[in-house]
Design a protein around this ligand. Structure first.
Ligand code: ATP
Length: 447
């Protein structure tokens, strides 16, 4: 069965509950730029922490890096972005809208949204022109062409230019990798679909350097498998994930092989790329060596060789994966014996922004004081939310909707024996646990 289109409902939930707001909303909003609110920032941070842990902390062969957004302008000449980081663009002379010439089938005609641009009789599309996606700005107090710098359109170049710095400082031997998380900027012609395609976004990239004389394709296969496994570990449903091999037309001229990991966003958006795994050969390092005139070869002291390594890159969007996680988690379901159904975000507990809601059943008999103490005992260990107001059913619903895995209720029995009820978001099962044991019990349930 096809997955339903939940985007509109998700956009509204994200705003209402403080996951994601449109940037500069009070001024009418900025096109395709989004701000993460209190819950969204936690969700995205949990996702990034998971990536950092899997790619850097849990491995001895990958080093972390945090390179600057602004780089020497020659970097982007060497990388090929100044000359070739373009998308074909067409304008409609009738409605003045601008579209990506290669994505017309994904766009709607502003005058007749049921048609694609060019399909409506009044459309007057220009010939495609190349449009560079890099944002330009000026470095220093003088605005002249000599001081033009770019906002980086990808984080990878910060890794290439630091390849030898990191290798020598960390004394890593090939094969090894360098990873970083950071902002990237692209002046996309047709952004949209909420945080799927935005003009400012975060990437999590890793470049793995291998000996060209070794079986480098084995590393490519290794990283493909590792990265798919990582997406599965987020709880993304098996039937929503697939590999897409780049066709010869899609393959960048320097790439030896490239696969996208695609996720099914449901509705008309369907399967779309969330991560790219690319075998880039020695293209980037050889270009930087040529443009900077600095040697970037690796010195293999064991075999007494010097060479430019090949690179296998894994590149995933933090925002696009956050959207995949939200789409994957959203569900509406009926509740036995109740008229109103519930909306649930079935997030993996370790990704959920809040781990437990804490509810005193009534405002009497010392229950609020007990709940406050429990919340302040747990808070240094997990994000918890104390909710004292409203019917208990409504309090449950509020937590279900934001993906909180457990709700803890303090009731009359608590005041007698110190136990509380713990309700599971997905099974709705309730169990009694001693309040003093909660911290350990919840910790074991946070995969
Ligand atoms: P697309 O074809 O969707 O524009 P791409 O092939 O240009 O993507 P890459 O350059 O390989 O993307 O970037 C790696 C990852 O960065 C993508 O898989 C995606 O998750 C993320 N990404 C790229 N562009 C954007 C964007 N404009 N907004 C949000 N995330 C993005």
């Amino acid at each position: 069965m096809p997955h339903p289109d939940v985007m509109e409902k998700l956009v509204s939930l994200c705003k209402r509950r403080g996951f994601i707001f449109q940037s500069s909303e009070i001024y009418g909003g900025t096109g395709s730029v989004w701000d993460y609110g209190p819950l969204g920032v936690e969700l995205k941070k949990n996702l990034k922490d998971r990536w950092w842990h899997a790619m850097v902390r849990a491995r001895s062969d990958i080093e972390g890096l945090d390179a600057a957004i602004l780089m020497h302008p020659r970097v982007w000449e060497a990388s090929g972005h100044v000359a070739g980081f373009t998308d074909p663009m067409v304008d409609c002379k009738t409605c003045k809208a601008r579209f990506r010439a290669d994505k017309l089938e994904d766009a709607a005609c502003p005058r007749k949204p049921s048609k694609h641009p060019g399909e409506h009789g009044d459309c007057a599309l220009t010939e495609p022109r190349n449009f560079n996606l890099m944002f330009k700005t000026f470095m220093g107090p003088v605005e002249e062409s000599a001081s033009v710098v770019y906002l980086r359109p990808e984080t990878a170049q910060g890794i290439y230019v630091n390849f030898l710095n990191v290798q020598q400082a960390s004394r890593q031997k090939i094969p090894f990798g360098i990873a970083q998380i950071g902002k990237a900027f692209r002046n996309e012609i047709t952004p949209g679909n909420f945080i799927f395609r935005t003009r400012e976004f975060e990437q999590m990239e890793m470049q793995f350097f291998v000996d060209p004389a070794s079986d480098h394709m084995q590393w490519f296969e290794y990283w493909k498998a590792q990265r798919m496994q990582w997406h599965r570990s987020l709880g993304l449903q098996e039937d929503r994930l697939l590999f897409h091999a780049h066709t010869p037309e899609e393959l960048a001229h320097y790439a030896r092989a490239a696969f996208d990991i695609q996720f099914d966003f449901g509705g008309t958006l369907g399967f779309q790329e969330i991560e790219g795994v690319h075998h880039r050969g020695d293209f980037d390092l050889s270009r930087h060596q040529e443009y900077s005139t600095k040697r970037l070869e690796y010195a293999d002291q064991v075999n007494n060789r010097r060479y430019l390594p090949f690179v296998v890159e894994t590149s995933v969007g933090a925002d696009r994966t956050t959207l995949a996680v939200l789409v994957n988690a959203y569900r509406e379901e009926a509740v036995a014996g109740e008229e109103e159904g519930r909306v649930v975000l079935g997030l993996l507990p370790s990704l959920a922004p809040i781990k437990a809601g804490i509810f005193p059943l009534t405002k009497k008999e010392g229950m609020p004081e007990f709940a406050e103490k429990l919340a302040s005992d747990l808070r240094p260990h997990f994000p918890v939310f104390l909710d004292e107001s409203g019917a208990i059913g409504r309090r449950y619903r509020r937590q279900d909707e934001i993906g909180t895995p457990w709700c803890i209720t303090i009731d009359g029995q608590t005041m007698v024996d110190g136990t509380v009820t713990v309700r599971d978001r997905d099974t709705l099962a309730q169990e009694r646990i001693a309040a003093t044991a909660l911290r350990d019990v919840l910790a074991t349930r946070l995969p």
